[in-house]
Design a binder for this molecule. Structure first.
Ligand code: HEM
Length: 383
């Protein structure tokens, strides 16, 4: 066991997965340069995620609803949020998601122009689909896309001042949405419904609303864009081994495609980790960790653990039950259905709307750098 081993690499171009793949056989846990204990294997990541008593989610000094809450308080907010994200609540939005995806694909340039799958497809689709769900005005689309770039740059820089500026910019966007009054005779948007929600007999405060909406947009739009980048990267590289891949996927059922997407993301999970803090001394992965220790559950590494996923083979059905892309335990992603449907709809629109999708000649795919996973740049041409 080596202490003070970084789990994050800042060397541009280094595939973070390769690094944790190297560490994992020898180390179930490493301490990174920030002093955080990073769990790398499936068994320990699952154990910590399920141990809500000893591994608290109250890791931030900022209000985080519901991800920074524990115990009953977390359950009450979670019940409020979950009802917006059930299959029944989301089903009415599917035709609109399909329309947005088809329109985006049909607008992609065909004449050999290079398209970046992460930004030109992933980010744009994620923002438009989420706006349609939340009922946000189209006029804000450009501002949100700009914010995504700003937030991304801030995360990559690790600079607190940049991160604070991005957070403030985002809160300003959300407050402008909250100020929009419902229109008479029109159904309330999801955002307006949320504004009328009560907790403990009172309306949600503005700070709580901002936090919830930040969770539903801020972090997740970036993850969705990265996921689309990972999926498209898989399509263009895998066709070298399987020239029939696009045709096979065109014939797959919704369920089969969703399993396929989950398995691609399991092997290259761009949503790398979540944090916890120990509430008492804990013995885990052969180490004694003190109370108050900061712990990271590295989903990306756990998802590639060969103790669970035989030699990292591609087996969508067999691996589904142990897949940790959306987490596990009380904090498991409530947006899983929404994310899965949106990713499937985006992929179907691409498969149906184009004949071929290839890596752009003479341009390399660029990996993201820690703490973000997936790709920064996936250059493609479509016809
Ligand atoms: C592909 C995209 C997504 C990925 C990979 C992802 C992944 C995750 C993971 C791993 C967690 C567990 C966090 C933890 O244990 O601390 C989580 C939590 C969460 N996710 Fe997602 N997510 C995605 C999309 C979404 C979407 C679209 C939404 C909502 C619209 C959403 C809302 C949330 C919320 C609110 C939590 C906190 C839940 C809690 O603390 O109880 N996610 N997500």
């Amino acid at each position: 066991m080596t202490d003070h081993m970084p789990d994050d690499l800042s060397a541009v171009g280094r595939d973070l997965r390769a690094y944790t793949d190297e560490l994992r056989p020898q180390h179930a846990i490493v301490k990174n340069i920030a002093g955080e204990w990073v769990l790398l294997r499936h068994a320990e990541v699952v154990a910590a995620a399920l141990d809500h008593e000893r591994f608290s989610s109250a890791v931030s000094r900022y209000l985080q609803v519901p991800n920074g809450l524990d115990g009953d308080e977390h359950s009450r907010y979670r019940a409020l949020i979950d009802k917006y994200l059930t299959p029944a609540a989301l089903a009415p939005f599917v035709p609109e998601f399909e329309r947005i995806a088809a329109e985006l694909v049909s607008s992609l340039p065909r004449s050999g122009t290079v398209i970046d799958a992460v930004h030109d497809i992933g980010a744009v689709f994620a923002v438009r689909a989420q706006f349609a769900w939340l009922g946000w005005p189209q006029a804000l689309e450009a501002q949100l896309l700009e914010w995504m770039q700003q937030n991304h740059a801030a995360t990559r820089s690790g600079e607190q001042a940049q991160t604070a500026a991005a957070a403030e910019h985002f809160d300003t966007i959300i407050r402008s949405v909250l100020a929009i009054e419902p229109t008479a005779n029109e159904a309330l948007t999801v955002t307006q419904q949320l504004c009328q929600e009560k907790i403990d007999g009172r309306l949600l405060s503005e700070a709580e609303l901002v936090s919830i909406l930040r969770n539903w947009t801020g972090g997740d739009l970036g993850s969705m864009a990265l996921c689309i980048g990972v999926l498209v990267a898989y399509l263009i590289t895998e066709q070298a081994h399987n020239p029939e891949l696009l045709q096979q996927l065109r014939q797959a059922s919704n369920k089969e495609l969703e399993l396929f997407i989950d398995e691609v993301l399991r092997l290259d999970n761009p949503f790398i980790s979540n944090r916890r803090v120990t509430t008492c001394p804990v013995h885990i992965a052969g180490r004694d960790i003190p109370k108050g220790a900061r712990v990271k559950l590295n989903w990306t590494s756990a998802n590639r653990d060969s103790r669970v996923f035989a030699e990292n083979s591609f087996k969508p059905k067999q691996h589904a039950a142990n897949n940790l892309v959306y987490g596990i335990g009380k904090h498991v992603c409530p947006g899983r259905t929404l994310a899965t449907w949106q990713l499937r709809i985006a992929l179907q629109a691409l498969l149906q709307g184009i004949d071929s999708i290839k890596q752009a000649p003479n341009l390399a795919l660029e990996r993201e750098v820690a703490p973000v996973g997936g790709y920064h740049f996936v250059p493609i041409v479509v016809s």
